[in-house]
Design a protein around this ligand. Structure first.
Ligand code: 6PG
Length: 464
């Protein structure tokens, strides 16, 4: 076997799947895994298990780098954070000019920006690459969000296009922009993922605690939702609702406390820093945090009020309201990406982002073509509330979302994402907000001045 076309370092669950995907497309692939205690035979075992694929199992780092054809392309599939910096430091002295190192983990985009600069000073290319789709996506075709130099793009994109999921005939990969753009887009994807997940759990909760429906009945309701809802998270939630082990539904045995690895939290923090409101995504993040107050909740928790009968009318309200709130979560995500793109000069093509999320990734759903249509018909649109096809759906679903939220509140159940979605919608559609009072209060206690309706450019102060 000659030199490898590409290398992949890090044979964890995701790394193994991605390596198999790359090699399956006919690319001779060098693989390597740092032999931490207990992992000494990982490379050998992997290569021998998949001996029908063109793998080269490297002995050590030097052998790994040398086995790859220059200019080298090396994908890191390792834990985000310090391990990436450590690996970059180990690799740098072994690399040659114009070699490319691709970080395919969920790294923080500002780290990616910093790493890109440090590698470019060494004559190397660092690519931040968001990859979504979990283990199965990595193997069968993920959604891929790379960013970096034009040089790296010209070498990597043809390979990534063969590895990615396909939707509507297009590969679910786009070169998102330079520097940290790819990891930023992946971060926001995860914020949107949190909102979608939370909204599904709010629908589940309303059905279970207020309508007293069984898991099977709830699964049937989700299955009956309109075609626009079709997508990965809804599908897996239906499967989850139906899964039994023995006589028990697995879902009923699972503790109501959810963790997170950071991407959803970064989304909210970055949005605040950029001055973009993302309340629906943030509500989902907050609910995971509140879920961890388990002992407080157990000591204070009350049972929901009596049940009410489920009707076909309610099925339609859930369907429409859920759509309105999901759209709102996505709108916040796209707004955030657009604003970051302006701020950081990334020149991200929003239509391409919507397009590459149609397949492979966790938030893939039939809603994404609706966003593509909005970007197609309104190129350069800064806020999707300006797009009539989006606004029509919001207007159509608002009343249903409001009814779900009101019903839940009446019955003592929380629906934070529904609530956040309708509040954003109402606020943005209010020509007049009571923020004149905020201005006055600030001026009263801090002489911060205020601006008037008549002359907004001249700050005024009143001796209150
Ligand atoms: C994906 C997922 C994946 C992972 C997230 C979520 O797009 O394939 O988003 O990256 O599941 O890290 O993790 P947390 O819920 O733990 O934050």
């Amino acid at each position: 076997m000659g030199k490898s076309k590409i290398g992949l370092l890090g044979l964890g669950v995701m790394g193994k799947s991605l390596a198999r995907n790359i090699a399956d497309k006919g690319n001779v692939t060098s693989v390597y895994n740092i032999p931490f205690p207990g992992e000494e035979t990982v490379v050998r075992d992997f290569v021998s298990t998949f001996d029908d694929l063109p793998f080269y199992g490297a002995e050590d780092m030097e052998d790994f780098v040398q086995s790859i054809e220059p200019p080298r392309m090396i994908i890191l599939m390792i834990k985000a954070g310090a391990p990436v910096d450590e690996m970059m430091d180990k690799l740098a002295p072994l690399l040659s000019e114009n070699d490319m190192v691709v970080d395919a983990g969920n790294s923080f985009f500002k780290d990616t920006e910093r790493r890109s600069k440090s590698y470019s000073e060494k004559g190397l290319h660092f690519v931040g690459m968001g990859v979504s789709g979990g283990e199965e996506g990595a193997l069968k075709g993920p959604s891929i969000m790379p960013s970096g130099t034009a040089y790296a793009k010209s070498h990597l994109l043809p390979i990534l296009q063969k590895m990615a999921a396909v939707a509507g005939g297009d590969p679910c990969v786009e070169w998102v922009g330079p520097g940290g753009a790819g990891h930023f887009v992946k971060m926001v994807h995860n914020g949107m993922e949190y909102a979608d997940m939370q909204l599904i759990s709010e629908v589940y909760d309303v059905c279970k605690t207020i309508f007293n429906l069984s898991n099977e009945e709830i699964a049937n309701i989700l299955e009956g939702f309109s075609a626009i809802h079709k997508g990965y998270l809804l599908e897996i939630s239906i499967d989850i609702l139906r899964k039994q082990e023995g006589d028990e539904y697995v879902l009923d045995t699972i503790l109501d406390v959810a963790g997170h690895k950071g991407t959803g939290k970064w989304t909210s923090k970055e949005a605040l820093d950029l001055g973009i409101a993302v309340p629906t995504m943030t509500a989902a993040m907050n609910q995971r945090i509140i879920s961890s107050y388990k002992s407080l909740r157990s000591s204070l928790g009350s049972s929901p009020k009596n049940h009410i009968p489920f009707t076909t009318e309610w099925a339609e309200i859930l369907n429409k309201g859920f759509l309105m709130a999901r759209m709102q979560g996505h709108i916040e995500g796209f707004h955030l990406i657009q604003d970051a793109s302006n701020d950081y000069n990334w020149n991200i093509n929003m239509r391409e982002v919507a397009s590459l999320w149609r397949g492979g990734c966790i938030i893939r759903s039939a809603m994404l073509p609706v966003f593509m249509e909005a970007f197609d018909t309104h190129p350069g649109i800064q806020h999707l509330y300006h797009a009539p096809n989006i606004m029509n759906i919001l207007e159509d679903g608002y009343d249903s979302a409001r009814k779900i939220n009101a019903l839940a509140a009446e019955h003592g159940r929380s629906t934070p994402c529904f609530s956040a979605a309708i509040q954003y919608y109402l606020s943005v559609r209010s020509e007049k907000l009571p923020i004149n009072m905020i201005q006055a209060q600030r001026d009263y206690f801090g002489a911060h001045t205020y601006r008037t309706i008549e002359d907004p450019d001249t700050p005024k102060h009143t001796d209150w």
